[in-house]
Write a protein that binds this ligand. Structure first.
Ligand code: ARG
Length: 456
């Protein structure tokens, strides 16, 4: 059954049917489609555009279709062109002629714009909640690891000591921004396109404010041509997810490095790693690798929709049907990535001694050792030179700075005193970083208080 047979005399080419149909994927929108149609039918009745009894019959019929699909009694049949056709045909089968009045003052163009908007709106909440659950896990780890020392890196070279709490705090911040971007996208998309018709509105006295309110939109969209041809909200969503995936991918890369044999900073739980078919010793970080890999897929979806949209003249054109498979794939990929990544992090063990030792052996306290000399009156440039020479000596002798004896230190400068050892301990190095946003305990406690408040 087609919704547009009247004007045609010949049959549609079989391959055209296959190429044109979207039901195999847009059936995902059944709930949104039916909910939108219920609001439209109620409005048609209220406005006396169709008789009230028919409006009631339509609403009842649509509710029946929804519950039958959800219970599995009604299976969406892929021989229809799209989900809109399937629902309307099924309605007519159930309630007869009244069903034929549903599409009064409506086009599939405003219908599909409504369905995808409602879908994206709903999925923003689902994804945002999953990110929030991940943030709960991160905050637990942050609170437990305010004195788990590790090297902070620049250029993947050990730079200055930080803590696991501080390092994970950086990701907590990224996820705050990710959720903000999603919320912002939702605010902008929350206008109802229903009533825009094919492109130029309709001659029926539709109450667009009513349907917008019924469907929990801020209000109706303002321009009917824009309403049916706008996919900005979908692109913004893909963009926000692409950035989220970029964050997860960077985190994944770190997990792969930390889990490597030579780093050995962390151990992944058996539930979140996999083995090799040939090498019995292997325990691979596949989840991290897959999240990193799937980031490419999400970027691809964003590029795909941007490219499909870039030369479409106003108003609706069939090119836009290409948005849905990308959207659905991104929704699945992003939720799976967040949930599995969070599970992996939640069950991962930190090899705290190895992390701390790595910070010590990497001369991450060299800046602090120079600062020590400066505080004793030496100009910074000289102090930098002295510590540089000490580092060279340590490398030759396979020692860390704090392992040198007072006599060894005095060979480089008489300024050194017993208090040097405390001044360059990892604890002092970290805790004396007192600026806002730094890893020192005082600053970190403030950040933790903020995160607790944010999640409450
Ligand atoms: N399946 C179509 C889409 O996803 C629905 C809108 C069809 N409208 C039309 N005039 N052919 O975009």
């Amino acid at each position: 059954m087609k919704l547009w047979g009247g004007r045609f005399t010949g049959e549609t080419n079989e391959l055209v049917n296959e190429f044109n149909a979207s039901i195999s994927f847009d059936k995902k929108l059944y709930k949104h489609d039916i909910t939108g149609s219920i609001a439209h039918a109620k409005m048609l009745g209220k406005q006396n555009i169709i008789p009230m009894e028919e409006s009631d019959k339509i609403v009842e019929g649509l509710e029946g279709i929804l519950s039958d699909i959800e219970s599995g009694k009604l299976v969406i049949d892929d021989t229809y062109e799209d989900i809109h056709t399937f629902v309307e045909a099924n309605l007519i089968e159930r309630i007869g002629d009244a069903g034929k009045r549903l599409h009064t003052g409506r086009s599939r163009n405003d219908q599909v714009a409504l369905d995808t908007r409602m879908y994206v709106r709903e999925q923003i909440d689902v994804l945002s909640d999953n990110i929030r659950d991940f943030q709960d896990i991160l905050l637990r780890i942050i609170k437990e690891n305010t004195d788990t020392y590790m090297p902070g890196f620049t250029h993947l070279q050990k730079a200055q000591p930080v803590t696991v709490a501080h390092h994970f705090g950086a990701y907590f911040e990224m996820l705050i921004r990710d959720r903000d971007r999603l919320a912002d996208c939702k605010k902008r998309l929350n206008y109802c396109p229903l009533g825009a018709g094919a492109l130029a509105g309709t001659t029926y006295p539709l109450d667009r404010e009513f349907t917008a309110k019924e469907l929990k939109f801020t209000g109706p969209t303002r321009n009917s041509m824009d309403s049916v041809s706008d996919r900005d909200y979908l692109i913004e969503f893909l963009d926000a997810v692409a950035i989220l995936m970029m964050h997860l991918s960077r985190f994944s890369e770190e997990i792969c490095i930390w889990n490597s044999n030579d780093y050995n900073f962390v151990e992944l739980d058996d539930a979140y790693s996999t083995g090799s078919s040939i090498m019995p010793q292997k325990k691979n970080p596949d989840i991290a690798e897959l999240v990193r890999g799937k980031t490419g897929r999400v970027y691809g979806a964003l590029m795909s929709v941007l490219t499909s949209m870039k030369a479409i003249p106003l108003a609706y054109n069939k090119d836009m049907q290409e948005d849905k498979e990308q959207l659905f794939d991104v929704v699945y990929t992003a939720n799976m990535s967040v949930v599995l990544f969070a599970g992996m992090i939640d069950t991962m063990k930190f090899n705290k001694d190895i992390m701390e030792n790595s910070a010590k052996l990497g001369f991450t306290n060299a800046t602090d050792a120079a600062d020590y000399l400066v505080k004793k009156g030496m100009p910074f440039r000289d102090a930098h030179e002295v510590i540089g020479k000490i580092v060279l000596f340590c490398i030759d002798n396979n020692k860390s700075i704090d392992e040198l004896s007072m006599t060894e230190l005095h060979a480089f400068s008489e300024v050194f005193d017993e208090d040097i050892y405390d001044a360059i301990s990892l604890k002092t190095c970290v805790d004396s970083r007192i600026t806002t946003g730094a890893p020192g305990r005082a600053s970190m406690n403030k950040a933790i208080a903020y995160y607790e408040d944010y999640l409450s």
